[in-house]
Design a protein around this ligand. Structure first.
Ligand SMILES: Cc1cc2nc3c(=O)[nH]c(=O)nc-3n(C[C@H](O)[C@H](O)[C@H](O)COP(=O)(O)O)c2cc1C
Length: 196
């Protein structure tokens, strides 16, 4: 991966490590992100936003279904980060089979061992060129087992098993190259779920 002093400061803005779940046409999937943000300060308008790279299988599943799940992870769930965040469903179709999950109230996959999960309905999007920022309204909340501290991005980096380091850095570098080649936003906006 590439970094410099300014990018190290930008890294201060990463969110907790979360699993983003989605389902479309009978297939369920999950990926990992540290780019989620609370998008409203009213409990009556619960909203989260997340940036998803366009080349991820999850991107099109969220775009088409108009739904996504945001699953917090705890520090005992490093293996989930590896299972969902190192390989794409484009290569391994059944990634989610490796974790315990159920369809939530809105049909979005909910990870049973997550400390909490939020089922979101897309209300708007913003194109960045390389990714889409999905603004989601939280329609349902799952309260999971209380199992230690929430996994933050700095904690993940400090506790990444050495045998995963090479793949992690290579994936990071590949993503940086695609971002640099696709930095002009497209005139593209979500207009509603696709037909199933
Ligand atoms: C710690 C960690 C953080 C990540 N953060 C992001 C992120 O913020 N945005 C993103 O689009 N991908 C992120 N990824 C990469 C995706 O999770 C990964 O490429 C995943 O395999 C995509 O899966 P899919 O193609 O099945 O959707 C992250 C991966 C890891 C391990």
């Amino acid at each position: 991966m590439k970094t410099d002093p300014a990018y190290e400061l930008l890294r201060l803005f990463t969110s907790p490590i979360i699993a983003v779940t989605s389902s479309w046409q009978g297939r369920a999937n999950g990926m990992i992100s540290d780019a989620v943000m609370r998008a409203s300060i009213s409990p009556n308008v619960p909203r989260l936003s997340v940036y998803i790279h366009k080349w991820h299988a999850s991107h099109d599943m969220i775009w088409n279904s108009g739904k996504f799940g945001i699953n917090l992870l705890h520090q005992g769930q490093l293996q989930v980060v590896h299972d969902l965040g190192f390989v794409s469903a484009r290569e391994r179709l059944t990634k989610l089979d490796q974790v315990r999950w159920k369809p939530g109230e809105t049909g979005v996959p909910v990870l049973l061992d997550a400390p909490a999960a939020f089922e979101c309905r897309v209300v708007n999007t913003m194109d960045t060129g390389y990714s889409t920022c999905f603004l989601g309204h939280v329609d349902a909340v799952y309260h999971g087992p209380k199992m230690g501290e929430v996994m933050t991005a700095p904690w993940f980096r400090a506790n990444l098993p050495p045998e995963w380091q090479e793949a992690w850095l290579a994936n990071y570098r590949k993503a940086q190259d695609v971002i640099e080649a696709n930095q002009v936003p497209e005139d593209r906006r979500w207009t509603g779920p696709a037909r199933a």
